[in-house]
Design a protein around this ligand. Structure first.
Ligand code: KIV
Length: 262
């Protein structure tokens, strides 16, 4: 997968798929299933580290996870998610941090959150040959300002989101995540852009869909957003397997002779 192929998928009307992954074995699963883009999301903070929101995860932690993911991926595009305050302080900081995903991890691109305020960063990264995926609508780094609410519901807010999407495309973003917006607005943005839109809670009229892997696999039980779909319950399956191991050990059924050395 590469950026040209993603653009071609949009122009051919073929849907783009993206899932998060945070380590080697899950990255292998996502890649083997034929997903186009693996996002090493800062959602790692919530679904792996067990924290309240995405704000605390650090740049070094994101690098650690992205290295593991990259080793497990042979086909998909790997995108490193820039964590809170890794790109907002200065352009110099932003390029240095984004460059770490490319140089140290072998990622193909980075993702940054934000509308008009992110345009300068997108421009600078594009000039530095670091491909950028933008992210508008509900942006979790702004949780203390927006909460986890659907964005762009009134005409003024909708027009602003469209203006932001156009500005980010103009600045050089190769694609754009649209999170938690009404589906007709997501359609309007999608129809107005040359680059692909990837929706999460943005309805079906976008160029692709992204979900958090731990929601898809049933590994995160604190809550399931209305827009997510659970395709498996690995938490239940895993607990069942671990319980069976405990019972076998306690009964003396494990290890057997075949599992021991003479
Ligand atoms: O961090 C993340 O998982 C994300 C996706 C939900 C788009 O940003």
């Amino acid at each position: 997968m590469n950026i040209q192929e993603l653009l071609k998928k949009k122009s051919d009307g073929r849907k783009i798929t993206m899932l998060t992954a945070y380590d080697y074995p899950f990255a292998r699963m996502v890649d083997e299933a034929g997903i186009d883009i693996v996002l090493v999301g800062d959602s790692v903070s919530m679904v792996v580290q067990g924290l309240e929101n995405t704000l605390p995860v650090t740049m070094d932690e994101m690098i650690y996870h992205t290295k593991m993911v990259k080793r497990g991926v042979s086909n998909a595009l790997v995108v490193g998610d820039m964590p809170f305050l890794s790109y907002q302080i200065s352009i110099e900081d932003c390029i240095r941090n984004a460059g770490r995903f490319i140089k140290e991890c072998g990622a193909h691109a980075v993702k940054i959150e934000g509308g008009l305020e992110a345009v300068a960063a997108v421009q600078a990264l594009t000039r530095a040959e670091i491909p950028v995926m933008a992210h508008i609508g509900l942006t979790p780094h702004a949780v203390h300002r927006m909460g986890y609410k659907v964005q762009g519901r009134d005409e003024k807010a909708a027009n602003r989101l469209l203006e932001e999407a156009r500005a980010l495309e103009e600045a050089g973003a190769f694609s754009i995540v649209i999170e938690a917006v009404p589906m007709e607005l997501a359609r309007r943005i999608t129809e107005n852009l040359y680059i692909p839109t990837i929706g999460i809670g943005a309805g079906p009229h976008v160029d692709g869909q992204v979900l958090v892997l731990h929601d898809v696999l049933g590994l995160f039980e604190r809550f399931l957003p209305r827009f997510a779909r659970r395709y498996a319950n690995l938490k239940e399956e895993g607990t069942k397997a671990i319980r069976a191991f405990r019972e076998d050990v306690e009964k003396g059924d494990f290890p057997s002779d075949r599992e021991s050395f003479k």
